[in-house]
Design a protein around this ligand. Sequence first.
Ligand code: XIL
Length: 546
Amino acid sequence: MRRPALMIGAGALVVVLVLVLVVVLVSRDDDDDRAEPAPAPTAGASASPPPAEAMTTVLASGFDEGDEGWQPLGDGVAVDAVQDVTRSGAGSLLVSGRSEPWHGGAVDLSGAMAQGQVHTVSAWVRLGDGAEDADVQLTLERDPGTAEPLYLHVARGTASSGDWVQLSGSAQVPEGGGQWRLYVETPESLADVRVDDVTVQRPTPAVQTDVPALRDVAAFPVGAAVGPQDLTGRPADLLLRHFDQVTAENAMKPVTVQPVEGEFDFGPMDEVLDVAVEHGLTVHGHTLVWHRSTPDWFFQAPDGRPLTSSEEDRALLRERLRTHVTALADHLAERYGDANPVTSWDVVNEALDPEEDDGLRRSRWYEVLGPDYVAEAFRVAREAFGPDVVLYLNDYDTDAPDRRRELVRLLMDLQAAGAPVDAVGHQMHVSLRTDVGRVATTLDAVAGLGLRQAVTELDVAVSDRDEQLDATPQDRLDQQGDQVRELVSAFAARDLAFVSVWGLYDTRSWLRTWPQDRPFEAPLLFDDDLQAKPAFWGFVEGSSAG
Ligand code: XIL
């Protein structure tokens, strides 16, 4: 159990005060009501952050997709991603059950912090309903394992139950190793705390210009999944230097686009699409029909009752599908017209389950509409987007023989039913253990059906899903380079519409927090400093091998 921050020894406190200058800013959603900045709790050398364009975001928690790796801090504390109150998007994090002031919510930042660099931290906070105003504090903690933890109190400000308040500040991260966490606590209150839109940023070296651009060496278009934090500064430099195409990592998912029935939010998606249009990138749309990232209301009657497979409920879900897809198509047509960059869509994502007789996952879509929901989704998409937009069935682990078998069966059924499926997306979340021969077998099987195909979400994990690394070993990065070379040469030898990686650089990978925290997982082509890894060179070599 960690020691309460307020009880650390005087010696440690002095170290903290000398090492850190904390800049605390407090602002409210309502700008007229801006509070005075709280006085910095210490004097000392200024730790002002570098210019914005030199910073990259190492943590961005919006809680629209669950707790995003945040953990309770203290006995009896609970952290829950909730959708009743949010500052932006679909959800926020509720920290409850606090019985000590230092109790709170924490997220692991090990592997994301750069020694000696000034990091900026920002979070929007609000207290639980009915709570009296109280200070909320953001603390960075380094636990060296062998000695006392170090606490950097990076921002503090008064929060209330009625309004979201932004806390932000900067702190220089000292030299020395250990596990890093960020946590939110209220030093003088036991109120529930809500948290949303947390970011941690750190300075990053310039993007390398002395390495080949992937888009120049590959015979196929090269894409990357991006979030809002990738569209400016150095991540944007990396994106525009190497890539032809983008997929919105989350911004086009149903939970983002239509969090509440009839209330569409195209803002996050437009941010991505505007950048694509400005720079001539194409966009692969992701995704329309999925068992995840779809708000609960989709599958509930207006009175909250779960939809059943009754005729009436089926009609309601079909209508919602059509409304959702048509609203997207209309918005794209209105905003972008002929310049619409979205050339393809993942229409149905992750439909397969080889454990089931018919090979189809028992999702809520399936439960209500039955197996025909897949064909129906393609028909709706074709009608809404027209004949020129390529419609994909997207799935993971398509190299596994049982999943390959069900994939081929589903595709043949769809073709027999006349469903307008054009292409297959292979997510390609693979590892050092993946057998490239199996990947090739699946690519050939799909080609044999006369369908187009693409690699939609490539990453190559260097650790097992339940393995905890305490650093990223160089030999695994070297093996990863070999694995990427083998994979990409299998791609280059076949006719693929594009190959996309699921994130620009390691810090941005979803595998850092899924299915558990793996702060030293490094599955992408560029490292935390946006520099080329052996995997990058494997990609370059594999591209020219085909
Ligand atoms: C992931 C995103 O990367 C995360 O940010 C989000 O929290 C959950 O979804 N297969 C998919 C993607 O089709 O949409 C998933 O993306 C990764 C697995």
